[in-house]
Ligand binder design. Sequence first.
Ligand SMILES: C[S@@+](CC[C@H](N)C(=O)[O-])C[C@H]1O[C@@H](n2cnc3c(N)ncnc32)[C@H](O)[C@@H]1O
Length: 268
Amino acid sequence: MTTKGFVSLVGSGPGDPELLTVKALRLLQHADVVVFDRLVSADILALIPHGVSQITVGKSPGNHCVPQDQINKIIVSLALSGRRVVRLKGGDPYIFGRGGEEALELRQHGIPFEVVPGVTAAAGCSSYAGIPLTHRGLNHGVRFITGHSQNDETLAPDWSKLADPDCTLVIYMGLANLQTICTELIHAGLSASTPAAAIHGGSTPRQHKVIATLADLADAVARADLQSPVTTIIGDVVTLSAQLDRFQGDSRLAEGVADYEPFSLARA
Ligand SMILES: C[S@@+](CC[C@H](N)C(=O)[O-])C[C@H]1O[C@@H](n2cnc3c(N)ncnc32)[C@H](O)[C@@H]1O
């Protein structure tokens, strides 16, 4: 009988390979097979040694993501065949990463596993954009929410609970619904002049930040043609970006929009 393998559900962080944990790197170097998502950066995949099998579940030939139950089956069958599997996910596996679902599936099959946290997009994007998610005197907390609705249903959180000027709001997967999110928050009582930021490709060479008021954010993002992945941060802490964004080129600020290349500047 084959001995069961082992699965490491590993967070790869938002893109900069130097944000990978030492543990994640060690596991990648000793894996038999790495099963990875669409948001894992090419720079991180380049750290996987030659000879280690790589399976992408981010896109199938038809350009669609592999359905979650299919991903579960792949991981389970690799582990049951005795492999050391690294299931590599963007950001942190347990924050909007469906890591919990995969862990439950492994548990159900009696497969031993571990979860290795990664830098989540909220932390990576905010740090690289000079936005402390909490700041004494500006807020009392931070809240991570999804801006994506399941099965194309209407996004319907309790907006009145989210419209809290004392709590920074970080929105994952909110690009498609950005206008709705901003409008609903304003209707629910958050000031239209609340500072807001949308960050594309945080911590990667493609990082691009748009800063505007809550009322103007969706238009500014459309003008800048930001594409997924985008993390949105709403709250007074966004104002600190003007002082704390070390990558910010002062000549590139126009209409509240800043565009810059962290990698080239950071490593110059
Ligand atoms: C399915 S969620 C995965 C989140 C991931 N597990 C994490 O902890 O960051 C995907 C969303 O994460 C955010 N995201 C991930 N990487 C990002 C990046 N480098 N820049 C901006 N947003 C990012 C975007 O909101 C994107 O739509």
